[in-house]
Design a protein around this ligand. Structure first.
Ligand SMILES: NC(=O)CC[C@H](N)C(=O)O
Length: 266
């Protein structure tokens, strides 16, 4: 069986291509790095991939809010190809800056089949500053998300200044919750969603760390699973080892293997 091909878009200040590509490789896919300009010159290239990923970093220096300019360029140059990609049942993942790009474009939460009109935003952390540490993320069983199925709760690193999910539309939040579009939440030591800093690093609405569209195939979140591919990535790995609790693999890898399993089955 040939390996599923995954497009990783690079350039203009995104910076997680090496670890993101490595994650897909470890999971059994074939990642390909393509510069944004090369993709926009040939948007028809998109159809040769089974999945695409918007990676972390600081696209366009987070000008006019993070992810905004990158999102506009993609939307204005290849909306038709992206819509086709979605209609073909393929996978899209966005991590951190990639999640910001996806919400700014409208890909998430992507309700009612509308993927190109933004409805929620990621705004500045409540604490007002960039934060960089590990948090506990609970992946919601009730969510249809392909990437996060069955993963429970795991520690993952966050590093962002604009991670707070926000909307003024209370009806929209209800709908997002009802459809299981909240795939990941910040939780406290009791595994309960929390608004408290630092467990919730940004004050995100309903402790939302990640969203999926209603199909479960389009997913983005602020924490970085590609930065937890090896057990030793965890800041307390030596203690975990002494206690016999060191996992065999970095837990973040599971999101990628879930996606590859899905692609191999479809
Ligand atoms: N590490 C990332 O991808 C996040 C950076 C992001 N642009 C911010 O909010 O600061």
């Amino acid at each position: 069986m040939s390996k599923p091909k995954v497009l990783i878009i690079t350039g203009y200040g995104v910076n997680c291509e090496a670890e993101s590509a490595h994650a897909w490789k470890l999971a059994g896919a074939e990642p390909e790095l393509v510069h944004l300009n090369d993709l926009l010159d040939h948007p028809e290239r998109l159809e040769t991939y089974q999945a695409m990923m918007f990676i972390g970093g600081f696209s366009y220096g987070d000008h006019m809010t993070s992810g905004h300019v990158f999102a506009l360029r993609v939307k204005h140059h290849m909306q038709a190809q992206l819509q086709q990609f979605i209609d073909d049942g393929k996978l899209i993942m966005g991590i951190c800056n990639g999640f910001q790009v996806m919400t700014k474009m409208g890909l998430l939460p992507g309700l009612d089949g509308n993927y190109f009109e933004p409805t929620v935003s990621l705004m500045q952390n409540d604490c007002g500053t960039f934060q960089n540490f590990w948090v506990d993320i609970r992946f919601e069983d009730a969510s249809p998300c392909v990437f996060t199925k069955g993963l429970g709760t795991m520690p993952l690193p966050i590093r962002h200044g604009e991670g707070k999910i926000f909307t003024l539309d209370a009806g929209l939040v209800e709908k997002i919750e009802a459809l299981g579009c909240v795939a990941a939440r910040y939780v406290d030591a009791g595994n309960e969603p929390t608004q408290e800093f630092p467990e919730n690093p940004n004050g995100s609405l309903n402790a939302i760390a990640g969203l999926t569209d209603p199909t479960g195939r389009i997913f983005g979140m602020m924490p970085h699973p590609e930065a937890y591919l090896f057990p030793e990535n965890h800041p307390n790995w030596d203690k975990q080892k002494l206690d016999g609790e060191l996992p065999e693999q970095g837990l973040g890898l599971k999101l990628f293997t879930n996606a590859v399993d899905f692609m191999n089955r479809h």
